[in-house]
Design a protein around this ligand. Structure first.
Ligand code: FES
Length: 106
């Protein structure tokens, strides 16, 4: 069983449209919370590892987001930059309980 250090309620399910993201600020952290078309929520750091593009403003296709700055393709579910580019962004665990969406800090 996972040990949860903190669970932060961030939005209601209805506040994020399918295929889009929403910026979540928790202290100094800026997180991009995405709701994929399969209705799964995922959260990643909101800055591209290339030059800091704001990922929540990117186009979502399937489980990937394309950075709005130079089009790097990042897997929203793993945080991994797709080839030919390299790198990764931090990911965060997300939990949906009823109509509420939480980000977990483990
Ligand atoms: S800043 Fe994201 S691709 Fe360049």
């Amino acid at each position: 069983m996972k040990k949860i250090a903190e669970r932060v309620k961030v939005v209601k399910v209805e506040e994020v449209a399918k295929g889009f993201g929403k910026t979540i600020r928790i202290g100094e952290l800026e997180i991009a919370l995405f709701r994929l078309n399969n209705d799964h929520f995922h959260a990643i750091e909101n800055r591209c590892p290339h030059r800091g593009g704001v990922l929540v403003e990117g186009i979502v296709s399937g489980q990937h987001v394309f950075c709005p700055m130079h089009d790097w393709k990042i897997d929203i579910t793993t945080g991994k930059v797709q080839e030919p580019d390299r790198g990764c962004v931090r990911t965060f665990e997300v939990e949906v309980i009823g109509e509420d969406v939480y980000i977990l800090f483990l």
